[in-house]
Design a protein around this ligand. Structure first.
Ligand code: X2X
Length: 342
């Protein structure tokens, strides 16, 4: 008897909750939705955002129109404020890097643990496995609807001074780093002199010599023509990689019909898949066209042996340990397990 009554009450609450989540008046679509990215269409990242926008327009027959705002211009270029603006509804949608959102979502620092992910398969093991699912659950609790994983890529280190082969070589170098304090910790552990700044500030800082070096994926290095701002030494150390996440602000999402949500979600998955293929093109042994192009621009590329890479791993092991605890030991353990059996 009592059980039945409880079930009835629960049912009433459930339908009331459902009713409340629907606006009383007809759902209002905006004329245009603002999509934030850091990089523009010349980069896989910005290309992926534009592709998502185009696919959405096509699949919703123009009901949802999206404008892409590169350079995180909706937050005056301060990419570490993007996530907060997205939650607040200043930004409707985004294709964002885990690095830039990690100041607000500490679990996203996982991808920046030095030397956690040895190759692309390892990234996939995380994003496409239980770790990725867990992160999407965490994001879903923060007023955004995550739809797909894309990729910025493995971040290789460059500088204007000399070839980097050993941690000793990095000592004293002025390095531009981004986003989370974890990057400061890693470069401090190597004895470098890191400073945090936005991507917009980074390029002039390299041009004037205010900083000696930086770290970014090869596709970014090449499309941004970093060889023209003095970056003549590039070391392939693959210490971290940043995935991208395709998301929609929750209120915006809730304002759309079921069919349109499905269209936006499918469009994100397709665009993300194509974007990842671009982010990975030309940078591996079988397909190194992009690397060749970088070398042809006069950049000296250092390829580390396993032993040389290991020296960097050892030098940053303390940072890994300290940050694994901040991120959450269980999540890091899952990540390590899933990478081991990839
Ligand atoms: O600022 C960077 O280095 C960039 C473009 O890679 C990110 O937004 C993480």
């Amino acid at each position: 008897q009592k059980r039945r009554f409880n079930a009835l009450i629960a049912g009433l609450f459930a339908s009331a909750a459902l009713g409340l989540s629907m606006p009383v008046s007809a759902q209002q679509y905006k004329d245009e939705y603002k999509l934030s990215t850091v990089l523009g269409e010349a980069f896989p990242w910005g290309w992926g955002a534009k592709r998502w926008a185009d696919l959405v327009a096509e699949k919703t027959e123009g009901r949802i129109k999206i404008k892409v705002y590169p350079g995180t211009s909706l937050v005056s270029g301060d990419q570490t404020k993007e996530f907060t603006a997205l939650r607040q509804g200043i930004i409707d949608m985004a294709v964002g890097s885990t690095i830039n959102w990690s100041p607000q979502v500490k679990e996203l620092n996982l991808f920046a643990l030095p030397f956690l992910m040895p190759d692309h398969k390892a990234i996939d093991a995380l994003t496409q496995g239980r770790v990725g699912t867990k992160m999407f659950e965490i994001l879903a609790e923060r007023d955004v609807v995550p739809l797909a994983w894309g990729e910025n890529g493995f971040r290789e280190v460059s500088n204007s001074k000399k070839p980097i082969r050993t941690p000793e070589d990095v000592k004293g170098m002025k390095m531009r780093v981004v986003g989370s304090p974890l990057f400061l910790a890693t470069f401090n552990a190597l004895g470098a002199n890191p400073t945090q700044m936005s991507w917009a500030d980074a390029q002039p800082a390299m041009a004037t010599g205010a900083v000696d070096g930086q770290e970014n994926p090869l596709a970014v290095f090449n499309a941004a023509k970093l060889h023209t701002v003095g970056q003549k030494n590039l070391t392939l150390w693959g210490y971290v990689a940043d995935p991208l996440i395709f998301v929609v602000n929750k209120n915006v999402w809730n304002s759309w019909s079921e069919a349109d949500r499905k269209a936006v979600s499918e469009a994100a998955q397709q665009a993300a898949k194509e974007e990842i293929a671009r982010a990975r093109a030309g940078i591996s042994a079988g397909d190194d066209a992009l690397l060749k192009e970088i070398e042809a621009n006069g950049v000296a590329v250092v390829r580390l042996s396993d032993a040389e890479r290991d020296a960097f791993r050892k030098a940053t092991a303390g940072v890994y340990k300290e940050w694994a605890e901040k991120i959450g030991s269980d999540l890091v353990k899952q990540a390590e397990e899933d990478i081991a059996k990839r």
